[in-house]
Design a protein around this ligand. Structure first.
Ligand SMILES: [Zn+2]
Length: 326
């Protein structure tokens, strides 16, 4: 059954006797025909291993399967969307009613709350006065601007933000000590930065290794890299036992990356250069009680047990990591 691709006000629907729930508030899945799909990829798009096991079906006819890599622990789609498919998807994404005003062009309800969170962790490890932020896939720059505002409160004297995003509109800085510039691609950035933010972006990129390597090259020594990604596979498996199909929102999300992936990544197996993991834990809840009450309540309820049980508990829905380049 094909779904209406951009009916953004619908996040839960029943299909036949099977309940289907969207895993993300901010994206919707879209069925792709063969001409919009890359050929079947046998190798993991992140580490190149062929040791991958099927986890679940992302779409039927043509079939796209989510595969679990035994080497790097990434879960990735067996067939990636073509560039043309992604261009069409995101063109519609930014035209959708949800993104009709600039305040909504980030996948986070409370940007100030997120800004405080990122600035607090950054400041625990870095005391520099002039800070440059590189915000990958940062939309209109609202999140990095919120980080900058908090960094100024915490003693920074100047914050320069570079946003890399196809979205052409960036917000106007609210403080003369903040600058924001935008580039369409990472290749247009040459200077090094103190803080690189890759929030809710890696899961969208079919082959993210090149982007990650470029990010690490653009990070100053001592600089901090932050990533936030969905980690839905354990919840999808559990829901599957009860006949509930969780929608990964393919082709928006083509990877699912959790604790094991990120920690092994920064333990040197995949990242180039030397990194020290500063903080690795369930991601900050992206929705707010005011905007999405039930989803927010569910997110807090699911993430909380991890703090008691630790890494053996996996039903957290998303992961975040701060790593420092040494
Ligand atoms: Zn892999």
């Amino acid at each position: 059954m094909k779904r209406q691709p951009f009916s953004v006000d619908v996040n839960e629907k029943t299909i036949g006797t099977e309940m289907k729930i969207s895993a993300a508030v901010f994206h919707q899945s879209m069925h792709l025909e063969t001409d919009l799909l890359e050929p079947l990829g046998h190798e993991c798009p992140i580490c190149g291993s062929i040791d991958r096991k099927p986890l679940c079906l992302l779409q039927c006819t043509p079939d796209v399967v989510l595969l679990d890599c035994a080497v790097c622990h990434a879960a990735s789609a067996s067939r990636m969307p073509t560039d043309r498919a992604l261009e069409a998807y995101y063109a519609k994404y930014y035209e959708s009613p949800l993104f009709s005003d600039s305040a909504n062009r980030t996948t986070f309800d409370g940007t100030s709350r997120f800004g405080r969170h990122l600035a607090r962790v950054y400041r625990q490890h870095q005391r520099d006065l002039h800070i440059s932020i590189l915000d990958i896939g940062g939309g209109d720059g609202a999140i990095s601007h919120a980080v900058a505002v908090e960094l100024l409160k915490k003693g920074a004297s100047k914050v320069d933000i570079s946003v890399v995003d196809y979205n052409e509109d960036v917000i106007l800085p609210q403080d003369s000590r903040i600058t924001i510039s935008r580039k369409a691609t990472l290749e247009e950035i040459s200077s090094r930065h103190n803080f690189i933010i890759a929030s809710a972006i890696i899961e969208h990129i079919p082959k993210p290794c090149h982007i990650l390597d470029s990010c690490f090259n653009l990070l100053e020594k001592g600089g901090i890299f932050y990533a936030r990604t969905p980690y839905m596979v354990p919840i999808m498996k559990l829901c599957g036992h009860f006949g509930i199909k969780l929608d990964l929102t393919y082709p928006a999300h083509v990877h699912d990356l959790g604790q094991k992936f990120w920690e092994s990544y920064f333990n040197g197996k995949l990242s180039r250069g030397t990194f020290r993991t500063l903080r690795s834990r369930p991601s900050i809840v992206e929705t707010s009680f005011r905007e999405h009450f039930l989803k927010t309540l569910a997110a807090y309820s699911l993430k909380s047990p991890w703090y008691l049980i630790g890494r053996s508990y996996k039903l957290v829905g998303g992961w975040e990591i701060f790593a420092q380049k040494s």
